[in-house]
Design a binder for this molecule. Sequence first.
Ligand code: FRU
Length: 472
Amino acid sequence: AAQPKILKQSSYAKEELEQYIANTRPELNLRYRLHYHVAPPVGWMNDPNGFSYYKGEYHLFYQFYPYDSVWGPMHWGHSSSPDLVNWKTLPTALLPDQEQCFSGSAIVDGDTMILMYTGHEITDKEPYYNETQFLAFSDDGVAFTKYAGNPVLPAAPNGSPDFRDPKVWKHGKHWYVVLGSKTDDNRGRVLLYRSFDLIEWEFLRVLGESTGDLGYMWECPDFFELGGKHVLLWSPQGMEPNGDRYKNLHQTGFIIGNFNYNNFEFVQETKFQELDYGHDFYASQTMEKDGKRYVVAWFNMWEVPHPEEVDGWAGAMTIIRELVLVGDRVLQKPLDKMISLRDESVINGQVDENQVIELGHTGEIIISGDLEKKIELLVEGRNGGGQALLRWDPEVGKVVVDRAGDVRQVEWSPIGSHSWRLFLDASSLELFCGEGEVVFSSRVYPDGEWNLTNLSPQTLNVEAYKLKRSVP
Ligand code: FRU
């Protein structure tokens, strides 16, 4: 279980850090900079953290290392939004002290916003790190003070040093938290605790555990009600590839079941399923507002090239999606509000075989064709690069995303709509099939603006727009 290694120490106090960010920003090369996906102002980003709603705004924090575009001692970067589509950058919320600020979540208690996160401390004994849980408070959602009595949860029941990524929620009079950890013989698991005050925690039980085939360590667990069921969503490290499945280095997926707050038993009803089938989707986090469950994920993968790294930044968030349970599937739907990003219409009508559609650095494309026949689309940069083939083959019943030979594919049986909705940004694609029963999120790096070519042996109906910028 290799932990990312430390590359540089942070060197600035809070005010100097904001100055450093402001000074460094103009130096970024913007060729791959995303127009409507949250990305770090400078430097490195990984997991979404603290996804929440506080005093009229949505908040999205993230694992952040400002001093280089590779992973380093973790801070929490911070963005906020009125609508989950338009985002602005706020000052860095957490800076490392003795502890690095690893992933965690946010909750609101009265007028206070509370972050619960993992303090990752370097030690001088094997395995040279230790993980405990920390709190930080804010009265304005901008400035955070770490709790003086940290850590509030000092050790996993078996003493495992891997004990991280608290996701907190409230039910009745209690706060509950799930944490990612592992058994002594390296099987990933999720631990469930509860508390009256977020300070004293009672260990309740192991909510889920790998029997061996679900990886050696479970990261970023999330547990929530959806459509009358409970969903355990998490990121297991180290699952073996199996046919079309689990082809990324690490996975993000879910199990559906029933949860009983009297005995804290989670009775699983489905097997592990990936939430997204693309190349770049990890460490997802959800939040609930007005009965809707929203998800966001890190739009990258560990230990693969991040081509924007040389440009002074690396990493992004996916667009926010709504989760909906239908049978044993969890659908991911783009938000209605995404329509407000539509700028110039590029085409609305028939596109013949081999016809090329010229988009901008961004595009939203709705595609429908005859699913009895093949569908094949090529996206690529106008000047090269960024090639991906999106394919439907009725003979095998699978949707394929072939990113320059690196293939992800999965069976698709539409439950309603037969259309595809494709979002292109300056270095990404997100393909939503049908009602969101199959979704692929992949980073792709075009040279220049996008071209989309219909390689299908049929005429398609296509509605396409360029999109506006909604992030700084
Ligand atoms: C997941 C993860 C978390 C950890 C964080 C460190 O990508 O490894 O388990 O808290 O990243 O940046």
